[in-house]
Design a protein around this ligand. Structure first.
Ligand SMILES: [Zn+2]
Length: 91
């Protein structure tokens, strides 16, 4: 049992938004299988999680920072883990 196995667990976190290729924003639901499981999009580019600073610096006239399909929207409020809270994700 010492051989490393290919772990099929998704890398991307639920309720998070990531920067993908060319400044595109993706969430777990919109990310392709490649980004979801490898952390890299189909062009091989690493996807970077959107930080609280990103949300705070996001121009207000663009509306809330969310994924391109608007299924996940982030707020400038830090969650318990220090990352931006998804909108409506407050408990
Ligand atoms: Zn999405």
């Amino acid at each position: 049992m010492s051989r490393p196995t290919t772990d099929p667990r998704p890398i991307l976190k639920e309720g998070a938004v990531y920067w993908a290729d060319g400044g595109r924003r993706i969430c777990r639901a919109c990310a392709g299988m490649s980004a979801l499981y490898t952390g890299r999009d189909i062009s091989g580019q690493r996807v970077e999680r959107v930080t609280l600073a990103d949300v705070r610096e996001w121009p207000a006239d663009l509306g809330p920072l969310c994924c391109e399909s608007r299924c996940t929207t982030l707020t400038a409020v830090a969650g318990p883990d220090g990352w931006p809270m998804p909108k409506g994700g407050a408990r």
